[in-house]
Design a protein around this ligand. Structure first.
Ligand code: 5GP
Ligand code: MN
Length: 344
């Protein structure tokens, strides 16, 4: 990956003077890529002599709890001591990882916006990024973790990648690519994985820790969703599933348990677009996935006030589950009529 020289030079200039207070923020409902890139970049900045605080708006899923360094993350939602606010207030630099606009931080965005002196630097791979002081926005890259890897390699050399950094980066790449099965699987990505192996990662172990560490409730909830809740329409090409709070309680739902469910309908040959609606206290979370040229980023922006990538996007709905599903079915019809499913 070749970054424009003036950009990496601008970044180096910002992070070279040691002893700075640096904040790293990642998106709400942080996933493997958000957490992995935060931990890895924080480690790198600490070796340069900075004090680094990583903040996430909400809790990470339990199957990432084993990650080295995850305990140091400040979860803004439950941060009663105000550690996040204090760190942001003091920050000389704020790194924004794995999201494209501050609104993806929910309530945390207010305190980030309140610090008007710190430079904000974006490192991200989502489409349609907002303006930042310095921006490393590469929507054609598989993950923010890959971008962090490429930045470290470019600026400091891959020898700087410790086992802890390598493991964190691998988790993000593995989870954001669906275990190296989705888009943006470049030769450079696999060369990067080769380097991470040289730095000591154990791929089967990391795979087991993330994908084979769920609860029994999660396994049964998955069966329930596929068997009882999956609906397929538009001549077999479009699917959706939904989960209400009462259903989640039945299966002792823990945050992160329904992650990945939305992909499963795409394992049916004819299905090219899939949605999952999960009820939260104040809204319904909408997750969208697609195959090939079907662009759910456009769909999420137009119908659910969200966004993301071409084949993986999301948004929110503020009406009831029934109304959300009706809106989805109607929107899909319009989307199909406009020819958006013909391009597969
Ligand atoms: P997930 O379905 O895993 O929550 O999200 C899939 C993709 O869509 C992620 O890349 C995520 O950043 C994006 N996404 C999810 N929810 C939202 C949202 O509310 N707004 C925007 N802009 N993007 C979202
Ligand atoms: Mn990501």
């Amino acid at each position: 990956m070749n970054f424009p020289k003036e950009k990496t030079e601008a970044l180096l200039k910002l992070i070279t003077p040691p002893g700075q207070n640096i904040v790293i923020v990642a998106h709400t409902n942080p996933d493997g890529d958000a957490i992995g890139s935060s931990i890895a970049w924080a480690e790198m900045l600490r070796t340069l002599g900075h004090t680094v605080t990583c903040i996430v708006p909400t809790k990470y899923p339990y199957y990432l709890e084993w990650m080295d360094g995850i305990d140091e993350l400040v979860v803004f939602k439950t941060d009663e001591q105000g550690r996040a606010a204090k760190a942001v207030e003091k920050a000389d630099l704020i790194f924004c990882l794995d999201f494209n606009t501050l609104s993806r931080l929910e309530n945390l965005s207010d305190i980030i916006a309140a610090n008007t002196s710190a430079k904000r630097i974006l490192i991200d791979h989502h489409l349609q990024p907002a303006e930042f002081d310095v921006s490393f926005s590469y929507p054609d890259m598989c993950s923010t973790c890959y971008l962090v890897y490429a930045l470290i390699e470019d600026m400091f050399g891959s020898e700087q990648i410790t086992k802890k950094i390598a493991e964190s980066l691998y988790v993000g790449m593995m989870t954001d690519t669906g275990n190296f099965a989705f888009s943006y699987l470049t030769p450079e990505l696999f060369r990067c994985v080769a380097t991470l192996i040289e730095r000591g990662i154990n791929i089967p172990e990391l795979h087991n820790r993330v994908y084979n560490s769920y609860t029994e409730g999660r396994a049964r909830l998955f069966g329930y969703c596929i068997n009882r809740k999956m609906q397929i329409f538009e001549g077999g090409r479009v699917a959706y599933m939904s989960l209400k709070e009462s259903e989640m309680r039945r299966f002792q739902f823990q945050q992160g348990d329904s992650e990945g469910f939305v992909n499963y309908p795409l394992s049916i040959k004819e299905v090219v677009m899939s949605a999952m609606f999960t009820q939260h206290r104040k809204f319904i979370r909408v997750s969208l996935r697609s195959k090939g040229n079907v662009n759910v980023n456009i769909f999420a922006r137009k119908y659910f006030g969200g966004g993301g990538h071409k084949n993986a996007a999301g948004g929110k709905s503020f009406v009831t589950m029934e109304e959300t599903i009706e809106h989805y079915v109607r929107s899909v019809r319009e989307f199909v009529e406009e020819g958006n499913l013909d391009a597969e």
